[in-house]
Design a protein around this ligand. Structure first.
Ligand code: ATR
Length: 296
């Protein structure tokens, strides 16, 4: 039985979606969507689909989603978020702007729409976990300029932050990101150098780490938080471990902290709602279940 046949067998005729990745074994998406399916008593399924990083394999995925009546769509993660785009019938404006798709929804006419819910998840988790933060609170420093940073920067600009500061080890990527997302209304994206990351914390209302530094198996993020105001929030989108060195240091000096698990949970909401027709929210219980699944 191949992976598609196995997924269809697991679904037993029920509506289903799946996480598509390569490798896919480590994904936590089945745990978070499985929680909502049980909580909402929806007779549906959310599985895993290993899909190789080849165009022909992605074409096979698209054909499978279209021809399988109870397939509602999928999530996509590394390394497919960009390569899937030309194969879909429609890309929604947010995904187009971010330049990546993490959610595919089969529309009633059977066509496939690509969406990106990472920026939504990022902001929702911030609003839940640091409710005192608003876009008007002040400048934001974002560390990193990779795929995750694009969603974070787009959502912060759309939310109305007055000044965004951006630093990345490879400075040119930050410059390119700044150029791509500078709004036409006069607000600025200030690009600094990686070695300036600490001094750029002065007067900031929010620090966001989008780099892989601090992740299990990666080097620690080395940053002196001294210039950061105590009322600022500190957000690390890394979720393995949940309490990174950055968050531990920020918590110790009294900053409000937001870990990466909230973003992971919230980014799942729009897809679930589109596939299974039920509005859902995150809860302490769901966080506990997915954190346990992470071994956190
Ligand atoms: P993602 O999709 O998770 O954002 P990515 O696109 O590979 O992953 O981006 C990883 C980010 O972590 C980049 O900003 C990267 O910096 P570079 O653009 O210079 O590669 C950053 N990063 C990874 N390892 C790093 C390190 N040792 N020091 C500083 N930044 C690092």
């Amino acid at each position: 039985m191949n992976a598609y046949e196995q997924l269809v067998a697991e679904a037993q005729g029920r509506p289903f979606a799946a996480i598509v990745a390569w490798p896919v074994e480590h994904s936590r998406s089945p745990a978070l969507h499985g929680f909502w399916l049980r909580q909402q008593r929806i007779d549906g399924h959310y599985g895993r689909l290993p899909v190789e990083p080849r165009r022909a394999a992605l074409e096979e995925l698209v054909a499978f989603l279209k021809r399988t009546p109870n397939a509602r769509g999928c999530n996509l993660t590394l390394p497919h978020k960009i390569e899937i785009m030309p194969l879909l019938d429609r890309i929604d404006p947010v995904a187009k702007r971010i330049g990546a798709v993490n959610t595919v929804v089969k529309l009633p006419d059977g066509t496939l729409e690509g969406r990106n819910t990472d920026g939504f998840g990022f902001l929702e988790a911030l609003k839940y976990n640091a409710p005192h933060w608003t876009a008007a609170s002040g400048p934001v420093l974002v560390l990193g300029a990779g795929g995750a940073a694009r969603a974070v920067v787009a959502s912060l600009i759309d939310e109305g932050v007055p000044e965004l500061r951006l630093v990345n080890r490879t400075r040119q990527s930050a410059v390119d990101l700044g150029v791509a997302f500078t709004p036409a209304d006069g607000r600025r994206i200030v690009v600094g150098s990686w070695h300036e990351r600490s001094e750029l914390l002065a007067g900031a209302a929010l620090l966001v780490n989008t780099t892989s530094l601090g992740m299990k198996g990666q080097p620690a993020l080395d940053i002196d938080l001294a210039p950061l105001p105590r009322q600022a929030a500190v957000y690390d989108i890394v979720y393995v471990p949940l309490e990174t060195g950055l968050l531990a240091a920020a918590r110790a000096r009294g900053n409000r902290c937001v870990d990466g698990l909230g973003m992971l949970l919230h980014q799942g909401r729009p897809g679930f709602e589109a596939w299974f027709g039920r509005k859902v929210d995150v809860s302490v219980e769901q966080r506990r279940v997915v954190a346990a699944d992470l071994g956190a």
